[in-house]
Design a protein around this ligand. Structure first.
Ligand SMILES: [Zn+2]
Length: 213
């Protein structure tokens, strides 16, 4: 669940391609698409990654609102994902930080029996790095086998790549994956933070009661 076209590829394109190649149902929800000309770019990138056609919400910008949170929680309840990926809360981009808040809250509401007749409890919320790097990742995913797919998907975001004729995004994505690969003991990897999900309401009957050993 990402703010803009390109975030899905730059942040976690390899991880999406890897899981799709293993038969997982992988969906991209893009919260904003402005200008609308970027829409074909994310569609093309999804094709390169081998994932399903993205859902693109045509918001002009991502702002935290009850309406957007409800749209996202409705989507979670519809798609019933075990894992949700979104932005880190310390991203330099205001709309990426807003997406984190919206998605985190939507994950909570999707679990509420008071909101939905058939609620859905997301198991894991992972936070990706786009341009702001994660200081100490919790999860590294080996994307060596699908790196070529990520490179091809990156090239589909032509409007963004053209902002820097010297190839900033291509180089940044390549070096970032290489760095994470060094940390993970493989050629190329993607890094994530694991966001603990609160279980403070009455909606988690199995997992909120247990013991520590
Ligand atoms: Zn973005």
């Amino acid at each position: 669940m990402v703010s803009h076209p390109d975030d899905e590829t730059f942040g976690c394109g390899g991880t999406l391609a890897l899981h799709a190649s293993k038969g997982a149902a992988v969906d991209i929800i893009c919260l904003s698409c402005d200008p609308p000309e970027r829409r074909p770019e994310i569609m093309g990138a999804a094709e390169e990654l081998g994932v399903r056609e993205p859902t693109v919400l045509e918001n002009r910008s991502v702002v935290i609102s009850p309406e957007l949170i409800r749209r996202v929680s409705d989507t979670i309840v519809d798609l019933r994902p075990r894992v949700v990926v979104t932005h880190v809360p310390f991203d330099y981009h205001r709309e990426h930080r807003a997406a984190y808040e919206v998605v985190k809250e939507a994950v909570e509401w999707a679990a509420h029996t008071t909101t939905y007749a058939e609620p859905w409890i997301v198991e894991r919320l992972l936070l990706m790095e786009v341009n702001t790097l994660i200081p100490s990742p919790h999860v590294l995913v080996d994307v060596s086998g699908v790196m070529e797919m990520k490179r091809r998907a990156t090239l589909r975001h032509a409007s963004q790549l053209s902002k820097f004729a010297w190839g900033y995004y291509e180089a940044f994505n390549e070096k970032k994956a290489e760095l994470r690969g060094v940390q993970g003991g493989c050629s190329f990897a993607e890094a994530f933070l694991e966001e603990p999900l609160p279980q403070s309401g009455p909606f988690y009957p199995v997992r909120s009661v247990g013991n520590l050993l």
